[in-house]
Design a protein around this ligand. Structure first.
Ligand code: PGA
Length: 249
């Protein structure tokens, strides 16, 4: 029996072009909508397809998320997309601080904190991604790294009792790979995140997610983990059959 409150966030990254994303939705809209009647599914297309897909899925239970947003409210920021626009489009979730964005754009914790605030203002749930590199993992620095990443972001949040944030633990060495963290290791990392959230933002509802190599064959490991509220699925989520298996496993 599958857990109906478990959250499945499909991060399509830049795997699909605009036309391919539209075609994916055209081909799978019906079964996806059926799946979302009993399960919480968030589709996060790239910016180009966001509006079209939000429109297509408007009258379904499928939620829409963005993969990033601007750290500015509005203004002369070429190439950026405002949190306010995401709200207008119908997004209810937005990734921030994904390791691929941190790496490409040298994003800082300060920028991620600014994005968090703008998203909360728009009542969009930020999915704050954190995770250590392979190097840090090998040097036993995993706990310190996630503490260092998360503390400045959580500290900046105003004490706003009703807000919900999601924290995505995504070890960089597991993203796009078949190497998964051991249950014991994952437990330690998730406990660290929970401890920080309880200490710094006790009045917030914190959703705890795991991302990195999750697929239809290993998904039960994560669903059976009582500390997790959901998963972030990259590569496997662009294949509808795999996504369906992940949700129904
Ligand atoms: P993956 O990506 O499932 O392809 O490892 C997860 C993510 O980066 O969110």
């Amino acid at each position: 029996m599958s857990n109906t409150s478990f959250l499945y966030v499909a991060n399509w990254k830049a795997y699909l072009s605009f036309e391919q994303a539209k075609e994916w939705i055209a081909n799978h809209k019906q079964p996806l909508a059926t799946l979302a009647k009993d399960h919480q599914i968030v589709i996060c297309p790239s910016f180009d397809a966001l509006s079209a897909i939000a429109h297509e899925l408007k009258n379904t239970n499928v939620a829409i998320g963005a993969q990033d947003c601007s750290a500015h409210k509005a203004g002369a920021f070429t190439g950026q997309v405002l949190a306010a626009s995401l709200k207008e489009i119908g997004c209810t979730y937005c990734f921030i601080g994904h390791s691929e964005i941190r790496r490409e754009y040298k994003e800082t914790d300060k920028t991620i904190a600014a994005k968090t605030l703008l998203l909360l203002e728009q009542e969009i749930t930020p999915i704050i991604c954190i995770g250590e590199s392979k190097e840090d993992y090998d040097q036993n620095l995993s706990i310190q790294v996630i503490e260092q990443q998360l503390t400045p972001i959580l500290t900046i949040l105003p004490a706003k009792k009703s807000a919900t944030i999601a924290i995505g633990y995504e070890p960089l060495w597991a993203i796009g790979s078949t190497t998964l963290p051991s249950t014991e290791f994952l437990k330690k990392q998730l406990f660290t995140i929970k401890r920080l959230a309880n200490q710094i933002i006790p009045s917030y509802k914190t959703i705890l997610l795991y991302g990195g190599g999750a697929n239809e064959t290993n998904i039960r490991t994560f669903k059976d983990n009582p500390l997790l509220d959901g998963v972030l699925i990259g590569g496997a989520s662009t294949d509808f059959q795999k996504l369906q298996k992940i949700v129904l496993s």
